[in-house]
Ligand binder design. Structure first.
Ligand code: ZN
Ligand code: ZN
Ligand code: FE
Length: 765
């Protein structure tokens, strides 16, 4: 039939190359089915660059095939490029999948880890299926990838599944092109695959497989803490409804107040504890399966110790078969927080977990499929009408961000907090999983391992290493020690600006409103409330917040009251007004530091401005986690706005060519309101409005002076939804085009991308 059909029409043959995430995601079987559907002949094969298809038949059918190739690709495939060329027909008899061509340089992409798919879930709970209740069920559409891959090309021998030899049934599926498990490298079953075991805290084996899962549910229901090994690392789990149990976890983990993430069994359960938008629901159910931040519902059933003093919950749904089995066995809601002590990186190895989590967990539910690379849960939030990344890690990394321009390969190593690294290759930016705070030695080790690993699996030899300007950062020192590549230091807030431009595929200069905690400035002072004008090559500091003293540097960041005292002292020229919060503290030493300028750098930080206002108006005096004072100040105001007005800030002066946005008048106005007995809600609202008015005004003025109509918003302070949404509106009203982050975080998780783009232009020019 095929031959007669072909004979009737003009046939042609094409070579098609497909690049992107097209291996290990069911792409070849998809191509094969599609080709046969349209009665086309030829073959498909994996190459070092992706997938090669040679295909021939009637032109109409080829056109249809070509359309479907892009529009109907399997869920995990991400096509970055398709090229095709016509060649002479050779009259194949059929369409086949042929074995891989893997010589030469390998440029195919590794997929992120993916939540268990619907079909696998169906089998998991089907009593007649041979993988019934098997916690490692997976297929080409789902399961672990990035975190188990040690090398390329991506096949079983290069993953931590190499120790498990497939049984006959699994091997048969693996070899069958029409099976959902065709070349699914982590394919396994209860006969041949990994298993779970439950241990007591002192290392005694309690139960295996299904018994272990039932037992861990039981011990969790009785209020115990379990360390549970997942995809990207260990979680510490505890019943989220049990007050006493959650409190014990907080004590043992050294995490007093920072909100815990919660896992619930399904979307309905998530909707019972918080308000979910359509986009949030969609994200919860996505293959990436991140933690979604959403407003708490009053009357929710969770312990108040899950997220004390915070009006949001971080909620996620089960994403591994093991998680599903926990909820299937009767759990309602679990705290699922990263398996670490305080701010250390999460544990990924069994032995490491027993050692480091021994004083926290009562039980350990472990398995024998090794995690090669750690990857924390990702976090998203809906703000300004869009879903936005807060932490881009498991489920997303190392999927590339597409760039609008090409250039030489390089490595950018990010900032110090919320560190990740970024490798550029051609028109793609590969941003690593979240690595964390590089002051932490274990995180620094993870940083080095991640760089080596990404360079290996992406086959990138960077021509340039881009680092932060701060001479004291471990990452800066690491960069300077590398002998093979040239290095470039990039200013932190310039990187923020470039990152936002890159994410929005913009080349022309923009006005950057970079509102941030702290970053090392080009002049050696600490920046953080910046209006920069620039592009990937250059920037000028158009304006910044007036500099204020930061007594004790990092010590002030942990204790906003210190910042408040210093800001007040400056705002009132040394004559402190009598405010209630002052009586709570021993302010003498702080005043002395400020007056004598001992260990008291100047800063234009916006984050510290928030801290000062929060503490002096009776909010947070000290913090238990990053930005807590600012978060609580915002929450005090949110939703209670009723024309509270704003604070006026007086005139903008120019110092050394930089316009100084006044801080002192606002501090004085806040102090007056506090003395007047105004509520924190009113003060907070006015303060937010003042910042919105100010930065919108400065952006508008700089736009008029430069004729640049585009404003980029970046920096950790834009995680403040009140400020972010307010400024977005104000800038739009002024007719300015606003660029924001969404796919990558606005916080320092975006720094590596910005550095990389600045590095690329540095090489090219
Ligand atoms: Zn699956
Ligand atoms: Zn098997
Ligand atoms: Fe920053």
């Amino acid at each position: 039939m095929l031959l007669s059909k072909r004979d009737a029409e003009i046939t042609s043959r094409q070579i098609i190359h497909v690049n992107g995430i097209v291996q290990g995601v069911g792409f070849r079987p998809f191509v094969c089915k599609l080709a046969r559907h349209y009665h086309l002949t030829g073959f498909v094969t994996n190459t070092t660059h992706g997938v090669k298809i040679e295909i021939e038949g009637e032109q109409v059918s080829l056109d249809r095939f070509f359309n479907d190739l892009k529009s109907k690709a399997p869920p995990l495939a991400q096509i970055s490029e398709v090229t095709s060329k016509t060649i002479d027909p050779i009259n194949d008899e059929s369409f086949e999948i042929s074995s891989s061509e893997t010589q030469g340089q390998i440029t195919t992409l590794v997929s992120p880890d993916v939540a268990v798919c619907g079909e696998c879930l169906g089998e998991l709970f089907d009593p007649t299926d041979r993988r019934y209740l098997y916690p490692f069920i997976n297929c080409t559409n789902c399961g672990p990838r990035y975190t188990i891959i040690e090398n390329i090309p991506y096949d079983r021998a290069a993953t931590s599944m190499r120790d498990f030899t497939m049984c006959d049934s699994c091997q048969e599926e693996f070899n069958a092109p029409d099976s959902r498990r065709f070349h699914a490298q982590p394919n396994c079953c209860p006969v041949c695959g990994p298993e779970v075991k439950l241990y007591t805290g002192d290392g005694k084996e309690e139960a295996v497989s299904g018994d272990a899962i039932r037992a861990v549910v039981d011990i969790l229901q009785r209020g115990n803490i379990a360390a549970i090994k997942g995809i990207g690392g260990f979680h510490l789990a505890v019943d989220a409804i049990n007050d006493e149990a959650v409190a014990r976890l907080r004590r043992r983990k050294g995490r007093e107040e920072k909100p815990f993430a919660v896992m619930v069994g399904d979307l309905e359960s998530a909707g019972r504890i918080c308000y979910l938008t359509g986009a949030s629901e969609h994200s919860l159910l996505s293959a990436e399966c991140p933690i979604v931040l959403a407003e708490k519902k009053t009357g929710h059933s969770l312990s108040n110790k899950v997220a004390p003093g915070n009006d949001m919950f971080g909620v996620m749904l089960p994403y591994t078969p093991l998680h599903h089995l926990l909820f299937h066995n009767g759990l309602k809601a679990l705290v699922m927080t990263s398996g670490n002590y305080s701010e250390e990186p999460i544990c990924i190895e069994n032995s490491d977990a027993f050692e480091r989590l021994g004083n926290i967990a009562d039980y350990f539910l472990v398995h024998n499929r090794d995690i090669y690379l750690r990857s924390d849960d990702s976090i998203v939030i809906q703000m300004g009408g869009q879903l936005r990344s807060v932490r881009r890690s498991r489920g997303y990394a190392p999927r590339p961000v597409s760039l609008h321009n090409d250039g030489p390969p390089l490595l950018a190593i990010g900032g110090e907090l919320k560190n990740n690294v970024c490798l550029l290759k051609d028109k793609q930016a590969f941003i690593s999983q979240h690595i964390g705070d590089l002051k932490n030695l274990a995180a620094y080790t993870s940083f080095q391992k991640t760089i080596d690993h990404l360079r290996l699996i992406l086959q990138i030899e960077p021509e340039l290493i881009v680092h932060d300007l701060h001479p004291g950062y471990l990452s800066t020192r690491w960069a300077v020690e590398q002998e093979k590549a040239a290095t470039l230091g990039v200013q932190h807030h310039h990187a923020h600006l470039a990152s936002c431009m890159a994410e929005n595929a913009i080349d022309e200069p923009v006005i950057g409103l970079i509102l941030d905690g702290t970053g090392y400035g080009s002049d050696g002072t600490i920046w953080g409330g910046e209006v920069l004008i620039g592009d990937y090559q250059n920037f000028t500091r158009y304006a910044s917040l007036e500099t204020m003293p930061l007594p004790g540097g990092d010590a002030a960041i942990a204790a906003p009251w210190r910042t408040a005292v210093a800001y007040l002292h400056t705002a009132f020229d040394g004559q402190l007004p009598d405010l209630p919060f002052l009586s709570l503290h021993d302010i003498g030493p702080i005043l002395e530091m400020v007056e004598k300028k001992v260990n008291t750098p100047d800063t234009s930080s916006c984050g510290r401005f928030f801290d000062a206002v929060a503490a002096l108006s009776g909010g947070r005096q000290t913090i238990a986690y990053e930005a807590q004072a600012a978060i609580e100040l915002m929450q005090a105001a949110d939703g209670r706005y009723d024309g509270e007005g704003s604070y006026s800030c007086g005139d903008i002066t120019t110092v050394n060519g930089v316009r100084r946005i006044p801080v002192r008048p606002i501090i004085r106005s806040v102090a007056e309101d506090v003395a007047d007995g105004k509520s924190l809600a009113v003060i907070s609202r006015r303060f937010h409005q003042a910042l919105i008015d100010l930065f919108a005004y400065v952006a508008d003025r700089s736009s008029q002076e430069t004729e640049i109509k585009t404003v980029a918003l970046s920096g950790g302070v834009f995680q403040n939804r009140l400020l972010f949404e307010g400024l977005l509106k104000a800038l739009n009203t002024k007719g300015l085009k606003v660029l924001t982050h969404s796919e990558i975080p606005t916080n320092d998780g975006c720094i590596s991308l910005g550095q990389a783009m600045i590095g690329r232009h540095y090489i090219l020019n």
